[in-house]
Write a protein that binds this ligand. Sequence first.
Ligand code: PMV
Length: 314
Amino acid sequence: MNEVSVSAPGKFVILGEHAVVYGKPAIALAIDRRFNMKVKKDAVFKINNDTADIKTVPHIRYISGKNGMLPVSVQMDSKIPTGSGLGSSAALSVAFSAAMRSITDRPLNEAEIAEEAFEAEYFAQGRGSPMDTSTSTHGYGIALNAQKNEEDRLWNITKNEHVWNISHIDVPEMTFVIGYTGIRASTGPLVEKVRKYKDRNRFAADIVDEIGQITLEGMNAIRKNDVAALGELMTKDHKLLSILGVSSKELNKLVNASLPYAYGAKLTGAGGGGSMVVLTDDPDKACSAISSHGGVPFVVKTGVEGVKVIEESE
Ligand code: PMV
């Protein structure tokens, strides 16, 4: 194949971010905001039509290295705001991994794409979990270290001393509103902040364990379609993440403003800025509460496909 167009979804985390880095359970859903990418064989590397030093884009550098540094031209068009906690860099890595497979005529093996994209993220950030990359690869919903049904098992990913068992989950129809603070936050330093806190302080390590516990309760709430219980767990999780120091005054403001119209609300992703998510059956009121408190709201559609090839040409 000479040229391919691919698309990979962003995600949000219902429960378990940060704790998942230490192998605790987490639940994430793919959303209808996608990273679209066109990749074409070329004489030299190009990104968005400019000759590019790919070393400046570490995710692309890593995946290219795994593909013999075959020079390609990459056009990117993302509907996932960067640094928003919605998995834009994971979707980039997943899309590029799938595109390189397609133009080198290899099958789109989801487990291999999820693993390669995770390694690319790890190379770029020096830390993290395979949650975002697995969600973007598979789509729909995934549970990490929280699913007992063997038939839902997708793949396992291991790094250093941690193992993540990744499974598909069916999430009943629910309405989620995202509130973006407009503040870009880098995931790496926030993950590092939690790691240092946890390593120094038994109390922080207990909070990480408690987030894992809440996530398992959240799995039960999802299985029973108990929206009220799930919402309460989300709000509780937000409080625990705040204690770990990854919320911000803007995120707290959006969470508090939306709670009167919600089953629950919490920051989603790395925090620091980025986005929060609201579980509600009154999306209009949740959206107005978010916009009148300085956030950018949008209702997300879930149950969307993972990475896919849109078009290929010889
Ligand atoms: O903010 P995002 O979309 O990069 O999500 C980060 C989620 C963390 O749990 C904080 C880190 C990780 O790699 O799992």
